[in-house]
Design a protein around this ligand. Sequence first.
Ligand code: PLP
Length: 310
Amino acid sequence: MPPLGDRREAAGGISPSGGKGGQKITIMETAYINGKFLPKSEISISPDDRGFLFADGIYEVVRWYEGSFYDMDGHMSRLKRSMKEVRIEWPDADSFPSIAMELIARNNLHNLPSLLYLQVTRGSAKRTHAFPSPSVDPTVYAFARSFHPETDLIENGIGTILRKDIRWDRCDIKSVSLLPNILSFQEARDSGCYECIFVRDGLITECACSNVFFVIDGILYTHPESNHVLSGITRKNTLRLARNEGIPVSETAVPEKRLAEASEAFITNTSFEIAPVVTIDNNKVGKGVPGPVTKLLREKFLAEIPAFKG
Ligand code: PLP
């Protein structure tokens, strides 16, 4: 029996609570490692991998919408930028879209909302801070997994906490080194919330795993692209949709002291898409319900996706 993490319910009408006749049908998860597609249970990574020892790697997460990847070009550009910034070389990076497609096919995910995860580390070498010399091949790992969008939270909004941004000064790199994000996110969860909004030097930057937007006096604000935020693919597309709708947009950081003026707030990321924020540290944002700008942008976001057009 493979470990639980390597199995999932088969696609095609088998409910998580049990298949036909109460039987749970499971299929092996196939993942990608360094040029090969293998059952996940057969994949092993060296204990000397620099991803394991130093979190010396970068990653991407791409959404599969029952028939297409969301803005794969945007994800590819960010992947290449992250690798360039940390000086990790993966000469075959352009093969990622076909690897991703193969993972969807091999895991029978074509008709399920799914996420593709890719991680590229500086490879495996004797532990020392300096880059391996001579250089070694990167470790490239990818998997695809179905997921259940949190529709209730997306419709009704999420609660958030506000905390000091304790991360480093290169948040623009999609690094696997996520300990500050994890600790902050867990603090949100422990408080019964779903995100942690970060504040750095009195200004709102982003969240533990999403970008954040505010509507103040009819203007849609979000932090500008900089080393203090990740340039979210969903952020970029949300700004485009807002401009198309004629919503005034300002890529300017919102000061913490102006938060009480916000009539609406929402977060954006690959899995939540656009999700309303209804409380910050237990204080209501606006009326404490999803606002009209958030709803309009979410509607426009979904309208662009073939899977939602029907
Ligand atoms: N900011 C952070 C810190 C993130 O981790 C993420 C996504 O994981 C985002 C923003 C949103 O990025 P995207 O819209 O590309 O998912």
